[in-house]
Design a protein around this ligand. Structure first.
Ligand code: FES
Length: 64
């Protein structure tokens, strides 16, 4: 489950996003965090089709 691929183009998994989020706190703006995750993992830099999925995962992890 943790290793499900969220971004197919760049082969970024749920846990990759989780790791990219380690230094963030819950107060940050999700869209800013998204940019950071994108920079670190390169997710959502291909077809862009995973954009909403990535955002969902980020929100889910930040709210956990
Ligand atoms: S699936 Fe993520 S950029 Fe295409």
């Amino acid at each position: 489950m943790e290793n499900i691929i969220i971004c197919n183009c760049k082969q970024v998994s749920y846990s990759d996003i989780e790791h990219a989020l380690e230094h963030h706190n819950k107060m940050e703006d999700v869209l800013e965090v998204f940019k950071d995750v994108q920079r670190i993992t390169h997710c959502s830099t291909g077809c862009g089709g995973c954009h909403d999925k990535v955002l969902d995962v980020i929100s889910e992890i930040m709210m956990a």
